[in-house]
Design a protein around this ligand. Structure first.
Ligand SMILES: Nc1ncnc2c1ncn2[C@@H]1O[C@H](COP(=O)(O)OP(=O)(O)O)[C@@H](O)[C@H]1O
Ligand SMILES: [Mg+2]
Length: 364
């Protein structure tokens, strides 16, 4: 005899791989029939037709059903939600209801912006690998690629499919345990993105309001190089964000990076710490070569009165990983760079945000 309630409960607990909520909660588990010989038939309603993660869902439901005593074969049929069902699902996911233009990030999510004074210092590489390292440590992580002109996160993470859209709510695709949203999904290849300030503001708003993030532990925001409109918009949307400033070891680079920190201060954002990238290269002879000089990260951290949270060495696997969509933390887990990101993730996680008495924005 199969305990049908236990079976329904076990299947109902399976998480939708995109929305990260249970099938029961999402109303996706429909019919359940159990035959005398112990074979089970389940009807699951997908949010959208051609759901890219259908196979994963099928495997997870089968496994959950088989975990119940007496269950023999498991057959799964799929149907698709109606427009009305999708509308009520997306309204339920938006905490304020369907018409609320509210940010979908949970109240306990820690928001970190990754900024620098100029491009090419490794912001996107740090964002990606820190994200994967945090996910490895069991955290749920999302990334917003706020570099709307020079987007790179989906490629670095190895995300190769567009997001699923459920009644205008965008489900950020995931790779290596990290969800990400990027302009990359929305522009044609080789198309230039030419936007003015208000449009940028609108695009970022959509990344926060029309993308579903839920109660994730970390939201990392890969900032465009330099300072300006996007930093101001982000601080308006997310006044509780903290900044990580990335610099290279060149002592003069620290002056450029300081501008990013000043910008953070200007929008009343706390600078959590400094990350020095491309700190050294370890040759086959085991010696560390300081190709871009040394001391820049320490200098900047001291000047800002914040900790130097990590030093990331130059490793070829890091660039290769970025091009191949396999972050170095996974491609070469024993590499110096991977362990540097592991410790960076630990440091970041230890540094709980300080409570601020005056959270209002000061934008001049
Ligand atoms: N520590 C590193 N070792 C080797 N290559 C790196 C390292 N950090 C960044 N890179 C490479 O340098 C280039 C610029 O890095 P990127 O993260 O795109 O910088 P940013 O986002 O600041 O413009 C990329 O090709 C990246 O793969
Ligand atoms: Mg970048």
């Amino acid at each position: 005899m199969i305990d049908q309630d236990a079976l329904r409960a076990a299947i109902g607990e399976v998480e939708d791989p995109e929305i990260h909520k249970s099938l029961a909660e999402l109303g996706m588990l429909r019919d359940l029939t159990v035959a005398d010989d112990g074979s089970v038939r389940v009807l699951v309603a997908l949010t959208v037709p051609g759901c890219p993660l259908k196979d994963k869902l099928e495997a997870d439901v089968t496994e959950a059903a088989r975990s119940v005593d007496g269950v023999g074969s498991v057959a799964i049929d799929f149907t698709v939600m109606t427009d009305d069902e999708r509308a009520s699902l997306s309204a339920g996911l938006r905490s304020g209801g369907a018409d609320a233009r509210e940010i979908t990030i949970g109240a306990r999510t820690r928001v970190l912006t990754i900024a620098s004074g100029k491009g090419g210092v490794g912001k996107s590489s740090v964002t990606t690998n820190l994200g994967v390292a945090l996910a490895d440590a069991g955290k749920t992580v999302g990334i917003i690629d706020a570099d709307v002109w020079g987007f790179s996160i989906p490629k670095m993470l190895g995300i190769d499919r567009p997001p699923t859209v459920v009644d205008q709510l965008i489900m950020p695709p995931e790779a290596h345990g990290v969800r990400a949203i990027s302009m990359d999904y929305f522009v044609q290849p080789d198309q230039a993105v030419i936007w003015r300030g208000p449009m940028l503001h609108k695009a970022l708003e959509q990344f926060l309001v029309d993308a579903y993030w839920g109660d994730i532990d970390y939201l990392l925001i890969d900032m465009p190089p330099g300072t300006g409109d996007i930093a101001i918009s982000m601080s308006q949307f997310l006044p509780r964000a903290q900044a990580l400033v990335v610099t290279t070891p060149q002592p003069t680079a620290q002056r450029v990076a300081k501008r990013a920190a000043l910008m953070a201060n200007k929008v009343n954002q706390e600078v959590l710490g400094v990350v020095e990238n491309m700190s050294w290269f370890t040759g086959d002879d085991g010696k560390q070569y300081e190709i871009f000089g040394s001391g820049g990260g320490r200098l900047l951290a001291d000047e800002l009165g914040v900790p130097l949270l990590g030093q990331i060495p130059l490793v070829p696997a890091m660039r290769e990983g970025a091009d191949a969509g396999v972050p170095v933390t996974l491609a070469a887990p024993d590499s110096e760079a991977a362990s540097a990101f592991g410790s960076l993730a630990e440091r970041v996680d230890e540094l709980r945000p300080r409570l601020r008495s005056h959270p209002e924005l000061i934008i001049s």
